[in-house]
Design a protein. Structure first.
Length: 369
């Protein structure tokens, strides 16, 4: 059996956790097992599930405390004598890749699952480290061509050095169910409403203040429009202050952090994601699988198109322009929500095939060494 060290970094509820866990749930765990190395400031580690599946969880100091972080990570890699390390921390991967090489790990995979924005303070570290992100790794991976080119460079991608493994979902768990829709809408007072949804972190990357501007513009054109927010983050108060200032508090529900998000995909009528940047957002694929029209910013790669329900709008457009486009597209939408999952499978986003492809990848790379 191959036991792989997964460098998860800060693991919160969200796309990175969902991506890694879908792979882990669907590989053959008699042949491949994961050990998760997570920063101590994580708040979404599914530890009980990992242990139940046969994995282990190691907690290390946060990377902001760099020397203790590096020391603890190195000891784990050295003492467990891994053959493969797979890091999911974008340009920060340079650190575990160096430690893995030092510890004698033969297969060192650096994966890019997101990009950055030069105007975002948090992204400055990504840009500083990006020129070094290819160092010490001997295999490069990304969840989209866009992410692979951003982190490892166009030449590396064109030369076939970046392997693409899509963001995946478990389609069986992301199918529309009308009975669930009816119950959730009744329980939350959403009957008769056109419900717009957002699921994600309340951080600058997701452009949440512009999201509220978009909904405010929609609400002036649709008397029965309603916005449901699910997530957490340091911009929550600023978002809700803006909702109050715009006088739309009676048309916005902030549900905070939840694990039962599938219930709400059923209840929504459309999904909004005007992010400044993304990798390949899992929520966008999930929303399409539930048969929702999804409105992405054009800053998000079109590789996220899992069906004809994906729409892309420029961030140079005003909130009013977004509102007009969204309302028009919803009116024109004739899709059958019960059948939407079939297109997602056909376009290669279901977890089964990609998970087995990843397993074969691990086995082949280890044999090569």
């Amino acid at each position: 059996m191959i036991r792989i060290a997964i460098i998860a970094g800060v693991l919160h509820a969200g796309g990175k956790r969902n991506l890694i866990m879908e792979y882990y749930r669907h590989i053959d765990r008699n042949k491949v097992q994961f050990d998760f190395i997570c920063d101590s400031d994580s708040n979404g580690i599914p530890e009980a599930e990992i242990i139940a599946l046969g994995g282990r969880v190691f907690i290390v100091p946060p990377y902001k405390n760099l020397l203790p972080h590096l020391n603890a990570t190195y000891k784990i890699l050295r003492d467990n004598k891994y053959g493969i390390v797979h890091a999911f921390d974008n340009t920060l991967n340079v650190f575990p890749m160096f430690l893995a090489k030092l510890a004698g790990v033969k297969v060192r995979i650096s994966e890019s699952i997101s990009k950055g924005n030069k105007n975002e303070k948090k992204s400055l570290v990504k840009y500083v480290l990006r020129p070094f992100s290819h160092l010490f790794a001997n295999y490069y991976m990304a969840n989209s061509i866009d992410c692979g080119v951003w982190q490892f460079g166009r030449k590396s991608y064109d030369d076939g050095k970046v392997d693409i493994f899509k963001s995946i979902i478990d389609v069986k768990k992301n199918k529309f169910d009308k009975s669930i829709r009816d119950k959730v809408r009744k329980d939350f007072g959403l009957n008769g409403k056109i419900v717009y949804g957002f699921i994600g972190r309340y951080v600058a990357q997701k452009n949440p203040l512009f999201l509220i501007d978009i909904f405010n513009a929609i609400s002036k054109k649709q008397d029965n429009a309603f916005l449901v927010l699910i997530g957490f983050g340091d911009m929550e108060r600023e978002m809700m202050d803006k909702v109050s200032l715009l006088g739309i508090s009676d048309r916005v529900i902030n549900l905070g952090r939840r694990e039962d998000i599938a219930l709400f995909y059923n209840a929504f009528d459309a999904f909004l994601l005007p992010s400044l940047y993304e990798g390949m957002p899992v929520v966008g694929i999930e929303a399409q699988c539930f048969g929702l029209p999804v409105f992405f910013s054009e800053n998000i790669t079109k590789e996220t198109t899992a069906s004809d329900l994906a729409h892309y709008i420029g961030l140079d457009k005003s909130a009013d322009d977004w509102a007009d486009y969204v309302i028009s597209a919803i009116k024109a939408n004739q899709s059958n929500r019960e059948e939407a999952f079939k297109k997602v499978i056909a376009n290669g986003f279901d977890c089964k095939n990609e998970s087995m492809r990843l397993q074969r990848y691990y086995e082949e790379k280890l044999l090569d060494k």
